[in-house]
Design a protein around this ligand. Structure first.
Ligand code: ADP
Length: 247
């Protein structure tokens, strides 16, 4: 419990630092991109200068993507949440994995039907599942089994598990896995933002994300969502005043 609390406090303080950095960094990048765009137009006819400016613009754009990841990690509110069937998102993600993964990945779906709906942002949760699947597939270069599970948790909460039989994480990798920009992947392959974004999205959904992992065994990520709050019908309101039929 103590370790959990420390980890939570660490992520909380990285979160407030992150939103400040993201905000300032966006302004810096906007200024760089603005000036570079003006120069790019002016040097249209000079390929060597224009080429360098394109490189500058692309790099700044990559910076913006990285900052977006930081913002997603630090956000704590949902913008357009609707009641969602998570099984539908899991099936869509399974479809995507089966179409796009090159190595042999056995997909195993164990979905409880019907599953209580949860309040969520479909795009954000699809992104969560995608990040988890990219990690799972990266962890199984020789192939393996990717498993999705969903079940209701009494009182309307829902649990989703994404589990792989990949290489797993050592305790020190696991301890840092949620930190923004922490990656063990080669430059250009990992940004270290995948799990931070998962953490941020689950926090914004009022849920939680728990990771169990062991080298040689694999990794299990458990996402928990709170129950969808259905407003209870209030007392029947009888309109006052004269009725239309009355004279
Ligand atoms: P990235 O995937 O860009 O490295 P993440 O935040 O998604 O960033 O993951 C951080 C690190 O956590 C990864 O580099 C990897 O070392 C480890 N990791 C995440 N998911 C898994 C997994 N399913 N199996 C093994 N290692 C994982």
């Amino acid at each position: 419990i103590q370790a959990e609390l420390l980890r939570y406090q660490k992520l909380e303080s990285i979160g407030s630092l992150a939103s400040g950095v993201a905000h300032d960094m966006n302004n810096v990048l906007a200024a760089i991109m603005g000036v570079a765009t003006v120069l790019r137009d002016r040097f249209e006819g000079d390929p060597s200068v224009a080429g360098n400016l394109d490189l500058l613009l692309n790099t700044a754009m990559r910076g913006r993507t990285l900052v977006k990841g930081l913002t997603d990690f630090a956000r704590d509110r949902l913008e357009d949440a609707v009641p969602l069937d998570l099984n539908q998102l899991l099936r869509q993600e399974a479809e995507l994995v089966s179409r796009t993964s090159f190595q042999r990945v056995d997909l195993d779906l164990d979905l409880e039907e019907p599953l209580p709906k949860v309040m969520g942002e479909a795009a954000s949760l699809a992104n969560v599942l995608m990040n988890l699947c990219v990690n799972a597939i990266d962890a199984m270069p020789e192939g393996g089994r990717l498993r999705f599970r969903s079940r209701g948790l009494g009182e309307g909460g829902v649990e989703v598990v994404v589990e792989d039989t990949g290489q797993g994480m050592t305790p020190d990798v696991l301890a840092k896995a949620l930190d923004p920009y922490f990656t063990t992947k080669p430059v250009g392959k990992g940004t270290g933002l995948g799990l931070s974004v998962v953490y941020g999205a689950m926090k914004a959904h009022g849920g939680s994300c728990n990771i169990e992992s062991e080298p040689g065994w694999g990794t299990r990520v458990t996402l928990r969502f709170p129950a969808l709050v259905v407003p209870s019908p209030g007392p029947e309101v009888i309109p006052e005043g004269p009725r239309a039929s009355e004279p």
